[in-house]
Design a protein around this ligand. Sequence first.
Ligand code: FAD
Length: 622
Amino acid sequence: LTTVENKFEGTWRLFKLGIPVEKDPGKDFHGLSDALMQEIAKVLEFPVASLLPREAFSVIRKSFDARKMLKEPKFVYTVDMDVHRLLILEPRARDFISDLEPKVGLMEHFAKEKVSNDVISIVHDLKSNQEVVGANGFNSHSGPYLRMSNGKPKIAVVGSGPSGLFASLVLAEFGADVTLFERGQPVEQRGRDIGALVARRILELDSNFCFGEGGAGTWSDGKLVTRIGRNSGSVQAVMKSLVYFGAPKNILLNGKPHLGTDKLIPLLRNFRQHLETLGVTIKFGTRVDDLIEEGGHLTGVKVSDSRDKLKLSKQKLGYDAIVLAVGHSARDVYQMLLSHNIPVIPKEFAVGLRIEHPQELINSIQYSGLANEVEKGRGKVPVADYKVAKYVNIDTKNPSSNSVAASRSCYSFCMCPGGQVVLTSTNPEELCINGMSFSRRSSKWANAALVVTVSTKDFNDLGFQGPLAGVEFQRELEQRAAVMGGGNFVLPVQTATDFMDRRLRVTSVPPSSYRLGVKASNLHELFPGHITEALQQSILAFDQELPGFLSSDALLHGVETRTSSPIQIPRNLETYESTSVRGLYPVGEGAGYAGGIVSAAVDGMYAGFAVAKSFNLYHGDL
Ligand code: FAD
């Protein structure tokens, strides 16, 4: 924000305007209610709220705050006030503005911002503001390149998750000849494959909860919260693009935006149609098995039909650049990169369990008296969620060293209010899980991962070495979970109280939202001791913060391993190109540069710009 001196210009941003629940129209309303206008008048010390012109105000954020330290739960608004407009429409407001000094935390005064656009408009603006050089002069590459007869650079994007989709979008809008390869199926067929998994235990290896159109987050809660700066231009550009493709506008205003699977599926269909209109060739059911390299440059890919179990359908296809957006479950791709001596570096991630409570319990922990306002997602206040984090000190013991006290971060992750636990395995011998929900979040369950950070030292101490040590550690835990569950995708579960006591008293298992069956198991034996201990310590701490969190109604499910990528593929910070081979652009979560739908989309978007720039489709700065 650029601060302006003149109080009668620009915009005042009014923060923390709290409206008690009984006075607010409710979570689905994002406009200027009478109660909000009264609150604004109170802050401005303007005597008659009804005289304030609504046209001068706009809501830019609405959240629900039910923290225990508050006297009462409130909806909290951030509102922008266009001073110029206000004074034209209600000149008497001038006296109140002139007396007004910015109160720290309550107001900010800034010049009218250039409103950030969606990705498509950004590309169009950039194109119209410059002479597009076109593809005749590739500027940053040297060496042999395929040049297509139409003069456009030919780009392969591998993976149609958020990062691959946004990279494709930017490149196609700039006029590149894009082919998008996706090993999984389009959402229509993927839905049927997921149905077959949940109803008949048939796991399609390339079309499941991790693989297929939209990537890992399609059958998800569709949370759009991100740690990379909610108000940054890039996040706003992604959010606005999602609205362009059919997401409800309230994701731009909601403090904790989420879509839900039912909203994500039509959105992805619109995204696909837009890419096809731009001339993108989308090849579903097509797995990239290998890269073609000539003298340190990538020149193409080898692909096969992912439903051809014998892999007889191999094809070699030439490309000028390859954007690798394969997500964190493409373990075969990591292996393939190593076979080309493309470095893959192990990185820290987190492992743990998924805890599930009755949603009513979480509502009453979080909202006490207001819990009955939730009404399965139809009520006035949002279905309650939580986010907890704690550092714990644990003695790490291993055969080769003495006991070392290590501080570990334990936290809840990917909480799905009103959701269900789902199977995210990509191999029938391995069990791993995550959570999803529909837009209303109306199921009777609340689930969240409870995870502990693990690092290279942990993998090495357990005997896993090399660049894929983290992957091997994940696999080991997933295989152990599959054995504990007894096969057939049955999940090992344990009540939180039994897990704390390291024993299995409750053997008739409480109900779970997981559809493929659960089995009471000794989950406290699944992990190395220090991880179990870290989880136990953190559950105790979380129970202090959320009394009732630790209860025999809380069921822990094993195992949560794919919280983020266990590796990073090194790339140049500016050009996004691999540091070891020309023409390769590793992006998104699988490459270790994002975690979550929005950050993966942002990374893909920037990679799209970087590739476009390297092919001279655009030559300015963003
Ligand atoms: P991905 O989305 O993983 O996409 C990679 C794509 O590449 C996949 O479609 C895959 O099939 C394809 N692919 C892989 N290998 C090949 C190959 N060799 N050839 C061709 N195609 C290939 N994040 C949130 O922010 N909010 C949430 O609510 C949320 N919920 C989640 C729920 C579940 C069940 C899961 C599994 C994840 C959830 N996540 C959530 C995480 C989020 O989905 C990921 O962070 C995000 O999708 C990463 O995007 P990406 O584009 O980097 O990779």
